[in-house]
Write a protein that binds this ligand. Structure first.
Ligand code: DC
Length: 235
């Protein structure tokens, strides 16, 4: 399993795609429908960023970064129906979602040492199967043999519009044009980075969520996983 093979008993579902494509909502709800474990790998990178921010570790110090990651225990729990992220036992679910941490996470996720430690951890977490992992490189790098791979996307305009409404709702002064331009710039950064860039695995099923209700996207995905479960049971 350390080579990212699919699970021996259960199913590994990989959901990748750019930010703002609606991955989190879909991945969480799909895991619930299936009764699978849900792993938000973006939250893992964010927990590392928060821990780096609180420490004196420099982003240029690979050894210290690697040690920090290895000492960090990230766990996902469900509390009153909501998913919570714990970093060394502390609930950091809100603290990892600030704009400052988003920015730092984007820089930290380009670090090879960080990706190496998290890759190992993600494979360990997914090993038992019956798991939905959400990220950027799950189907291409973390679980290249995952039984089911989805690549969820939406046009930059649609993703920019969603982000614009979200920011506006928080009372931030933004324009739609600028938000769309930022989405396009972030996509380029994610696609061009040296280590584990955002890319669609060859055998992934592309799903464009533009104008399709979440329920419909979910039903389509669930059907595909259920079929895989039957195939696996029969084999
Ligand atoms: O999905 P998210 O916005 O929570 O991700 C936070 C950051 O982490 C984002 O800059 C992309 C990066 N990331 C990554 O490089 N690889 C993953 N598997 C998941 C997230």
């Amino acid at each position: 399993m350390s080579d990212g093979k699919g699970a021996e008993k259960g199913i590994v579902v990989a959901i990748d795609g750019p930010s703002g494509a609606g991955k989190s909502t879909v991945a969480r709800q799909l895991a619930e429908r299936l009764g699978y474990l849900y792993i938000d790998t973006g939250a893992m990178f964010r927990a590392v960023a928060l821990t780096v921010k609180r420490s004196n570790v420099s982003l240029e110090d690979d050894d210290a970064l690697s040690e920090l990651c290895r000492d960090l225990e990230i766990t996902f729990i469900r509390q009153e129906g909501a998913y919570r992220v714990l970093a060394n036992g502390e609930d950091v679910s809100e603290a990892i979602r600030t704009p400052e941490i988003s920015l730092l996470t984007s820089r930290i996720s380009t670090k090879k040492v960080v990706r190496e430690v998290l890759l190992h951890e993600q494979r360990r977490m997914g090993r038992a199967g019956n798991v939905v992992l959400e990220g950027r490189d799950i189907g291409s790098v973390v679980f290249p043999h995952a039984e089911v791979k989805f690549f969820l996307s939406a046009s930059p305009e649609e993703r920019g519009r969603r982000r614009f409404l979200e920011l506006q709702g928080k009372g931030e002064k933004v324009t739609l044009e600028k938000t769309i331009a930022e989405v396009i710039a972030r996509d380029a950064q994610d696609e061009q980075r040296e280590h584990a860039p955002l890319c669609m695995a060859k055998d992934a099923l592309p799903i464009d969520s533009d104008g399709i209700p979440v329920e419909e996207v979910l039903s389509r995905m669930e059907k595909i996983v259920r079929l895989k479960e039957l195939e696996k049971r029969a084999s």
